[in-house]
Write a protein that binds this ligand. Structure first.
Ligand code: ADP
Ligand code: ZN
Ligand code: ZN
Length: 736
């Protein structure tokens, strides 16, 4: 044995380096391995870090006296697999983020403690008898949810509480079935588990359309190598069925599959289909789970017992013993990008990971990101299109409605109102989409035009009439609604513009025979409220739905045949070159909610700019053509994906400091192009003044060289502690 063991440790501090420690011999009763956690002295503290490399021979030049020793080894049985260490290191380099913070973000909270982690037994449910009769009874008694729960448990034996909860079932429903002795639970999560082909319910497979079959065949062909597949299928074209059938041969080999989704809680339908199709252990990772549940997922995936891991963004860092495939659903969704501290993109890391592990990855979307389409164009991704919906259901048709010189009622034109009437008369449902909560986005004085602004953000307060408050949507500060104008004393204070609350009020007053429901963050704050409201919509207890972005995801409303989109114009003139892409994606997603089954849907888009070429193209030629034009424009303007960007953000209590800080960076000799420093789109937020500097290069390599130069210069810069600054590689939001 060597007489000297040195280890490099990643420590959760904002420093872009590893730290070297000595491993004292008494701690070496067993070999220390990469990925182990260790308790180390750091400054005046003791912190837990992760061993990232080991040196068994000490270089002569190292002054060992100055090195500190590790204090203890922490839960060596929970060491982080080497593969994950490699991925995290790669990620830290890619985003130029401090390695220790990357580890901290990627690892479960429970792993970052000194005491051994107590693993709680998870309850797994199964049916205890033939359920045919019971199902009939429950259905007769209209206990629809209980019936659905019972047949799910029958399909998916050993389904666990976190899964059932995520799917929207309650403890009461579970207890009710248990009391009827229809189901029982066992406390087993076996130490090692393998699943069999018989568990894959292949009888439930749907007969694929030609397009679907081609996609499945292509994905399955490259089963054992790295290949990226872009599955571009209009909403309702059966992407999920393609995922399921592409997963089958992978699962049949006892390999694991990682599925990334934007938000599980909002879209349990997809999860439900996975659970019904495959009778294999599914583990979840999302913010609705507690630390213990998330740790269980981590462990079971690491041990190879979790067949399918479904999770949001950070699930991409789940260690998997035999990972066979990665699927990223709704790959264009901006929520895959973390927008603070460690600003990574879950989809992009997923691709890095698939390459590293030499496995296929499938990116699916009805509206692929421009980046992914560009990669499909160059042949980097295999491109599969699904252009039809199964059965006789046709996609919604889009129409522009000119709002200019029209009398508006709470933002709605007469043509829109008459379309709503017409739809309700046919006993079909209407969805009004407006991406703005509250009653109105501002209030002003009719006499002197004073506007109630938030002083900390220099932006208007949003009126929340029901709560009787003005709320700043940027910093959440609140204020009572003034009775009088503080400038001129007038009492003629009025709302300006519309939010969901106002549209809801107007429509309820107008269509008194019909029930109106609002679905936004305010109306669904209470736990279970969202799924309750969605269920009511499905049961047609409501005829008009008003909602924000929350409604754009995953939910299918077969009886909604009219969608009205208000207030999309902002994106046409945004400073952010991605705004139009995001607007188009949102529009298509919302449109996709409408008119399933055999009822065709119509989407009315109210706009002040019906002649705008972008809108025109989107409406008349569809997303694919729109994206083609968009990509051409990006190419001409040398914008991503035809160039590579990083955004340096800086903020402080005075405008002078961040600007000065960024100016010193912009004066460095860099191989990149720079834009700025300039004030952010929101120049002031929560009292802080914000500036940014955009760094751009023709290749990723050059961009990284530039960032390295910047980072070493920043370390020397006195201002670096006086401003809050960050580097965002591949930023997706330039209008912060
Ligand atoms: P997407 O994920 O593309 O929005 P889904 O996978 O949800 O679409 O499919 C929409 C509907 O079409 C679902 O109800 C699904 O069961 C059905 N479906 C998908 N593929 C087929 C098929 N090959 N044959 C019949 N029905 C299908
Ligand atoms: Zn006034
Ligand atoms: Zn504010």
């Amino acid at each position: 044995m060597s007489d000297c063991f040195l280890v490099q440790v990643a420590i959760p501090v904002p420093l872009r380096q590893h730290f070297t420690y000595i491993v004292p011999l008494p701690l070496l009763t067993t070999d220390i391995t990469i990925g182990e956690q260790v308790l180390v002295p750091f400054g005046h503290r003791q912190v837990i870090g992760v061993v990232t490399s080991i040196q068994t021979e000490c270089p002569m030049n190292i002054e060992q006296q100055k090195l500190k020793s590790i204090i203890s080894r922490v839960n060596p049985e929970n060491a982080i697999p080497a593969e994950l260490i490699k991925l995290l290191t790669l990620t830290a380099n890619y985003y130029q983020h401090p390695i220790g913070e990357v580890f901290q973000h990627a690892l479960p909270v429970l792993l970052r403690q000194i005491s051994p982690v107590k693993i709680e037994k998870t309850l797994a449910w199964q049916t205890s008898q033939d359920i045919t009769l019971a199902l009939e009874k429950l259905t007769k008694k209209r206990a629809i949810k209980q019936a659905a729960l019972l047949s799910l448990i029958d399909k998916h034996k050993n389904i666990t509480w976190p899964e059932l909860r995520t799917l929207g079932y309650s403890k009461q429903q579970l207890t009710a079935l248990e009391n009827k002795q229809l189901i029982n639970a066992t406390e087993v999560i076996p130490k090692t588990f393998t699943w069999k082909e018989a568990d894959l319910n292949s009888a439930d497979r749907l007969t694929l359309s030609t397009e679907q079959a081609l996609a499945v065949a292509a994905i399955s062909q490259g089963k054992t190598t790295f290949q990226s597949h872009l599955l571009h299928g209009i909403t309702g074209s059966g992407k999920t069925e393609v995922y399921l059938q592409a997963m089958e041969p992978v699962l049949a080999q006892n390999q694991q599959i990682l599925v990334l989704v934007p938000e599980i809680g909002l879209t349990p339908q997809m999860l439900a289909r996975f659970e019904q199709r495959f009778n294999v252990p599914v583990f979840l990772h999302h913010s609705g789970l507690n630390d213990k549940e998330r740790f269980a997922t981590w462990l079971q995936a690491k041990q190879g017992n979790a067949a399918i891991i479904i999770g949001t963004r950070s699930a991409v860092f789940t260690p998997c013993r035999h990972l066979g495939m990665i699927i990223v659903d709704e790959e264009h969704d901006p929520s895959f990008k973390q927008q603070d501290s460690f600003r990574y993109h879950g989809r992009d890391i997923a691709i890095l990971r698939a390459r590293q592990q030499n496995i296929p990855i499938v990116l699916g979307s009805a509206t692929p990101s421009f980046e992914s389409l560009a990669n499909a164009n160059t042949g980097k991704y295999h491109y599969h299109q699904l252009t039809e919906r199964p059965g006789n259901s046709v996609p919604a048709s889009l129409k522009l409605i000119d709002v200019n010189s029209q009398p508006l009622s709470s933002g709605l034109t007469p043509a829109t109102i008459s379309a709503i009437k017409h739809t309700l008369a046919k006993d079909e449902q209407v969805l009004v989409f407006i991406n703005r909560r509250g009653f109105s986005p501002a209030i002003n004085c009719k006499e002197c035009h004073w506007v109630a602004d938030c002083q900390r953000c220099n932006r208007p307060y949003t009126l929340h009439k029901a709560q009787g408050l003005l709320i700043c949507h940027h910093c959440n500060s609140q204020k009572r609604i003034p009775k009088q104008c503080p400038d001129c004393g007038s009492v003629r204070i009025n709302p300006v513009g519309q939010g969901t609350e106002q549209v809801e009020q107007w429509l309820s007053e107008q269509f008194t025979d019909h029930s109106v429901v609002r679905i936004d963050r305010d109306s669904t704050r209470r736990k279970g409220e969202l799924s309750k409201r969605l269920e009511q919509v499905a049961e047609k207890q409501h005829h008009i739905l008003i909602g924000t972005q929350m409604l754009a995801k995953g939910h299918h409303f077969p009886d909604v045949t009219l969608v009205v989109m208000l207030d999309i114009d902002g994106a046409l003139f945004s400073v952010d070159y991605r705004a139009a892409e995001h607007m188009a994606q949102l529009l298509e997603q919302v449109a996709g909610r409408a008119g399933r089954a055999s009822k065709p849907g119509t989407v009315l888009i109210q706009t002040q700019y019906p002649q705008h070429p972008l809108l025109h193209q989107l409406v008349n030629q569809g997303y694919t053509e729109f994206a083609k034009t968009g990509l051409q424009e990006r190419q001409w303007a040398k914008l991503p994906p035809y160039s590579f960007q990083a955004l340096i953000r800086a903020e402080a209590n005075t405008p002078y400091l961040p600007e000065q800080f960024l100016r010193s960076i912009s004066q460095l000799s860099l191989p990149c192009n720079l834009a700025g420093p300039m004030p952010a789109a929101m120049e002031k937020k929560a009292g802080k003044f914000r500036f940014h500097l955009l760094v751009q290069a023709d290749s990723r390599k050059v961009l990284h060289q530039g960032i390295l130069t910047i980072l070493s210069a920043v370390e020397e810069n006195d201002l670096n502690t006086k401003v809050r600054w960050s580097i965002d590689v591949d930023p997706i939001d330039l209008s912060w």
